[in-house]
Design a protein around this ligand. Structure first.
Ligand code: AP5
Ligand code: MG
Length: 194
């Protein structure tokens, strides 16, 4: 299956991706993680990406698309994967649609994790204390939220028109959220058990 996880910063995409990957046995494709890896290896891509990420702005589409298309060309991505934090712009979404259509493997499902903004900010500030992600500070969090609303939220209408969007309540314990996701995925696979 090809599944997209979307939702505002802090909505739980990474947390739930781990569970869903284990459940479905498909590979993960998180552009945030790929970009953070590039940043920590301090190559030219990483230095360029850091200029955007540390300000809470989106890394330019051509850079992100190059990273994603390289991954997708690997054999382990031939029969499915979980996109986490990608696509984030209409251009990325259209490019993904056409790449997957050309391979004959269109997206199966787009899962939106929905959580109210106060809770999102609280989660990220809590993580800031524990993990020190460079973009988890109040100013950058506000910028990431703004970018999400302007650039990424419009994708919900794009995928809804395609009949691929499922919105999941992302509040409650992570395990409860996962059970909602699992039911949606199972229903899509035509073997819902509950
Ligand atoms: P990215 O890494 O994708 O970050 P993000 O979207 O800002 O989201 P987060 O990773 O912060 O949150 P998440 O939804 O994964 O939630 P998580 O599970 O961690 O992108 C970072 C940057 O990279 C972007 O700003 C941009 O610059 C660049 N970038 C990435 N992709 C790009 C693209 N496609 N195009 C252009 N630029 C791109 O959870 C958050 C916290 O909450 C954790 O501490 C977690 O433990 C906690 N938590 C999770 N679930 C729950 C729960 N149910 N209850 C309580 N706490 C919870
Ligand atoms: Mg994440």
């Amino acid at each position: 299956m090809y599944i997209v996880f979307t939702g505002a910063p802090g909505s739980g995409k990474g947390t739930q991706a781990k569970r869903l990957l284990a459940y479905l046995g498909i590979p993960h494709l998180s552009t945030g993680e790929l970009l953070r890896e590039a940043k920590s290896s301090d190559n030219s891509l990483g230095r360029l990406a850091a200029q955007y990420m540390d300000q809470g702005r989106l890394v330019p589409d051509p850079l992100v698309l190059e990273l994603v298309l390289e991954r997708l060309s690997r054999p382990e991505y031939a029969s499915g994967c979980l996109f986490d934090g990608f696509p984030r712009t209409l251009q990325q979404a259209k490019s993904l649609d056409s790449t997957l259509a050309a391979r004959g493997t269109p997206l199966d499902l787009v899962l939106e994790l929905r959580v109210d903004e106060n809770e999102l900010v609280g989660r990220m500030l809590k993580r800031a204390a524990a993990e020190r992600r460079a973009d988890d500070n109040p100013q950058t969090i506000a910028q990431r939220m703004e970018v999400y609303r302007k650039e990424t939220e419009p994708l919900l209408a794009h995928y809804s028109k395609q009949g691929r969007l499922a919105t999941i309540d992302g509040t409650g314990a992570p395990e409860e959220v996962f059970q909602r996701i699992r039911r949606t995925v199972d229903a899509k696979r035509g073997r819902s058990q509950s």
